[in-house]
Write a protein that binds this ligand. Structure first.
Ligand SMILES: Cc1cc2nc3c(=O)[nH]c(=O)nc-3n(C[C@H](O)[C@H](O)[C@H](O)COP(=O)(O)OP(=O)(O)OC[C@H]3O[C@@H](n4cnc5c(N)ncnc54)[C@H](O)[C@@H]3O)c2cc1C
Length: 404
C-alpha cells in the first residue's frame, strides 16, 4: 500500500481532525477509547472547547467558565490524542496533506473536517461593523460588559435589539431581559412570521409565554435593512422604520467556510460539504465531515427508501455528537478495508433555555417547563460534557454548591 494509493487509507499516517467542537472533539474522544487506535491529531486554534448550548448560563453566571469551557490540554491528557493549536488554511486531498496558518505542512491518512459554522451577515450593511454576536467566550464578556453598562447608566429608553428569533435569539433575549431587570427594553426582531418556526409546538408556546413575561418585544415579519452604530433600519408590512438602539446582537443565520480543499469537493447551496451517508465527502474517500459543516441532503441521506424520504438532520450539537460516534466507527472500518455504515440520526428531543432558572423541553412524548425543566436540562447536558473526568469535576462542583 502506498501513501498516494487513491482508494486505500495509509494506516501508518495519522487521522487528523480539523476543528475541536462537537463534531471534531467527540470524534477524537470516541477514537481514543479504542484499545489500539491509530495516531490521532486534533487541530484547533482555540485553547478551550466550548459547550455552546450552555453559553447562556455562562452569560447569566449560572455556570462557571471552566465548566462549559474546559481546556483541550486537560481534556486530551493521557488519551493518546495530540493537539495542535493552529488553524488549517488549505488541504490537498490528492497528496493527503494540509497546511496550517502557523506554516506547518502535515500528512494524513484520513482527515475529518469539523469546522462548524459562523454567524451570517447576509451582506446586510453594518452587521459586521456594528453588531455583537453570541458564539464565543469573548462574545459573552462583551455582552456582560454591555449589560453592566446599561444597568449602571440607567438612562431612560435604553434599548437592546436581538436579531433572529430562532433558538439562539429567543434564549438570549430571555436571559438578557432577566439580567437587565428593566434597565433596557429588549426587542426581538424576526424576518419570518413567528419565533421558533422549527421548534416543537410545546417549546414554542413556552417560549412565547417566557418572552411575554419578560416584556420582550417580538417583532415578526420585520426585515433588517441596515445596522448603524445607534440604530436599526427595519422594513415590515407597515413600511420602513428607524429604531434607536444601544446595541444589536445578531443571531440570524449561519455561514460555512471550511478551509479550501483541492480538488474542490461538492458543496450544497449554503456552502456546506456534501457527504455520503457514511459521512465521507463525495468523491474524496479519505476525507470525512461531521457537524454543522456536513450536508446530508435528502437524496443522499441513508441507503433505504425510508432514509431517502427523511429530512436532513438539523445543524445542532445533538446531531454533531451522534455523528462523532458513527464517524469514529467508519474511520476504523475504512482502515480495515471494510464497508462503511450509514449515519442515522436519532432525534432525542429538544430543550431550550428560557431565562434564569427556566427552561422547556420535549423528549420521548414527555413535556416539561419551568424550574424543573431547567434542572433536567442541566443534568442532561452534564452527561454530554466531554470526557468522564470533566463530567465528574462539574458534577462535584454542582453538588458542593447545591442548591444553586
Ligand atoms: C449560542 C449557541 C447555542 C446553541 N445551543 C444549542 C442547543 O441548545 N442544542 C443543540 O443541539 N445545538 C445548539 N447549538 C448548535 C451547536 O452548538 C452546533 O450545532 C455544534 O456546535 C456544531 O458542532 P461542530 O463541531 O460542527 O462545530 P463547532 O462546535 O462550532 O466547532 C467548530 C470548531 O472548529 C474550529 N475551526 C474552525 N475553522 C477551523 C480551521 N480552519 N482549522 C481548525 N479549526 C477550525 C473552531 O474554532 C471550532 O472550535 C448552539 C449554538 C450556539 C452558537
Amino acid at each position: 500500500m502506498t501513501r498516494t494509493d487513491p482508494q486505500l487509507p495509509d494506516t501508518n499516517a495519522p487521522i487528523v481532525i480539523v476543528g475541536g467542537g462537537f463534531g471534531g472533539l467527540y470524534t477524537a474522544l470516541a477514537l481514543s477509547q479504542q484499545r489500539q487506535h491509530p495516531p490521532l491529531l486534533l487541530i484547533e486554534p482555540q485553547e478551550c472547547f466550548l459547550f455552546l448550548p450552555l453559553l447562556y448560563e455562562l452569560l447569566s453566571d449560572e455556570l462557571r467558565r471552566w465548566e462549559i469551557a474546559p481546556r483541550y490540554d486537560t481534556l486530551l491528557a493521557g488519551r493518546g490524542v495530540a493537539w495542535l493549536q493552529d488553524r488549517v488554511v488549505s488541504i490537498d486531498a490528492r497528496q493527503r496533506s494540509l497546511r496550517t496558518a502557523g506554516g506547518r505542512d502535515l500528512s494524513f491518512g484520513q482527515l475529518v473536517l469539523a469546522t462548524g459554522a459562523r454567524t451570517h451577515s447576509f451582506g446586510i450593511p453594518g452587521v459586521v461593523e456594528h453588531s455583537l454576536s453570541f458564539r464565543s467566550l469573548a462574545d459573552v464578556e462583551r455582552l456582560q460588559a454591555l449589560v453592566q453598562r446599561l444597568r449602571s447608566e440607567g438612562r431612560p429608553l435604553q434599548r437592546l435589539a436581538v436579531v433572529g428569533a430562532g433558538p439562539s435569539g429567543v434564549e438570549l433575549a430571555c436571559k438578557l431581559a432577566d439580567l437587565l431587570e428593566g434597565a433596557a427594553v429588549v426587542e426581538l426582531v424576526e424576518q419570518g412570521a413567528m419565533a421558533l418556526p422549527q421548534a416543537r409546538a410545546f417549546n414554542r408556546e413556552q417560549a412565547t409565554l417566557a418572552l411575554q413575561r419578560r416584556d420582550v418585544r417580538l417583532r415578526c415579519g420585520c426585515r433588517v435593512l441596515e445596522v448603524g452604530a445607534d440604530h436599526l433600519d427595519l422594513h415590515s408590512s407597515t413600511g420602513q422604520e428607524r429604531l434607536s438602539v444601544d446595541a444589536v446582537v445578531w443571531t440570524a443565520g449561519l455561514d460555512f467556510a471550511p478551509p479550501p480543499i483541492e480538488p474542490e469537493p461538492q458543496r450544497d447551496r449554503r456552502g456546506r460539504l456534501l457527504v455520503e451517508p457514511s459521512l465521507q465527502l463525495r468523491g474524496h474517500p479519505h476525507l470525512f465531515a461531521a457537524g454543522d459543516i456536513a450536508s446530508l441532503d435528502a437524496a443522499g441521506n441513508g441507503s433505504s427508501d425510508a432514509d431517502a424520504a427523511a429530512p436532513p438532520p438539523p445543524a445542532t450539537a445533538q446531531v454533531a455528537f451522534q455523528q462523532a460516534g458513527s464517524l469514529a466507527e467508519n474511520l476504523l472500518r475504512a482502515r480495515r478495508g471494510e464497508s462503511l455504515e450509514p449515519f442515522r440520526f436519532q432525534d432525542l428531543g429538544e430543550m431550550i433555555s428560557l431565562g434564569r432558572g427556566e427552561a422547556s423541553l420535549v423528549a420521548g412524548g414527555f413535556t416539561l417547563a419551568g424550574a424543573a425543566a431547567f434542572q433536567l436540562r442541566r443534568l442532561a447536558y452534564l452527561s454530554r460534557l466531554p470526557g468522564r473526568p470533566h463530567q465528574l469535576r462539574v458534577a462535584a462542583g454542582w453538588l458542593a454548591d447545591w442548591p444553586r
